[in-house]
Design a protein around this ligand. Sequence first.
Ligand SMILES: Cc1ncc(COP(=O)(O)O)c(C=O)c1O
Length: 396
Amino acid sequence: MSEGNGKIRPATQIVVAGRRKAWTQGVVNPPVWRASTILFDSVADLRSAVASPNDRLYYGRRGTPTQWALADALTTLEPGAAGTMLYPSGVAAISVALMSVLRPGDELLMVDSTYEPTRAFCRGVLAPMGIATRFYDPLIGAGITDLFTEKTRAVFLESPGSLTFEVQDVPAIAAAAKERGIVTLLDNTWATPLYFPALAKGVDISILACTKYIVGHSDAMLGSVTATPEYFEGLRRTTYQFGQHVGPDDAALGSRGLRTLDVRLRQHQAGALEVARWLETHPGVARVLHPALPGCPGHELWKRDFLGASGLFAFVMAGGDDAARAALIDGLEHFGIGFSWGGYESLALPVDPAPIRTATRWRAEGPLVRLHIGLEAPADLIADLKRGLDRFTAGR
Ligand SMILES: Cc1ncc(COP(=O)(O)O)c(C=O)c1O
């Protein structure tokens, strides 16, 4: 049980969770324990550790209080969870979560709007193992039932899609899957458990690229998977079998980032909404894809299911080509050009969903630009975008 796991609000939970006195000895931030070998007092002591390796120091790969504190805190944020496993990246978390539920001969239903490396894992690892992947329309909702076959073992969701931002009907898909004994896995990186408590919405396995908002400062790679009692033991076993481990320094950065998640997300949300609303008014912009704005596919579901919006969204340029988009992005002063997101800094990225999709077609009036809105003053970001978009429209 987590300390502070009573009926307190999530904003308080992220401050107190995982800080068990037995792990911290009173130090505010769980200290960094560096360990491989753990020394036992006797052979009997070693044997007793072998008998219950999950709840005591055993071997570095199984973690120390540094990793346990973060895992415990993330479990606390997902009511209904049995536990959390940590991974050295978001992609590692996705891969091991899938491996924990799939066997040769199974079929996986994968959302068409998913993060590209998740697709690559299906293609490069699952397919050669005899696990087939079928891609489905992110807006399919309860209609997913029509895709189920005797072989369907798992449904993977990412809501909203991290390039094109379609919001999925997660409760409807989870309920349809549950009825057939099919497991659901959600990449919940965009919302985090603060804005979308995934297990409470019916999902079995919730995955975070903690690299983004949990770490929050663009200085560590980290992933997590949180599961219900039905799936947690299988997840833990598979994680151990793949030898997955997170170094204590990265786990400590994750724990430290988590403490300020609520306040950072609120600022990301406010800044992103201000910028997104302004973009809607500029003639150089055809469409803004932000789950909290009516133009975004699935916006009504976002209103119904989410407790907030984070700082990542995209806009479609009103015409122009790849060169015009590159000129726009290159000319921005306050937006870095780089992968990832969720740090305190703003980013702009050219994204091209069309060649990636297989179940749906991506059509747009112009090139797509993905923005991550950091913690800078939104007025400075808007002024920067205005200069770039004014140049774009003047040159058309
Ligand atoms: C939605 C989503 N899931 C997973 C990942 C993978 O996380 P990581 O980069 O930590 O492997 C990313 C990274 O960009 C992402 O955007």
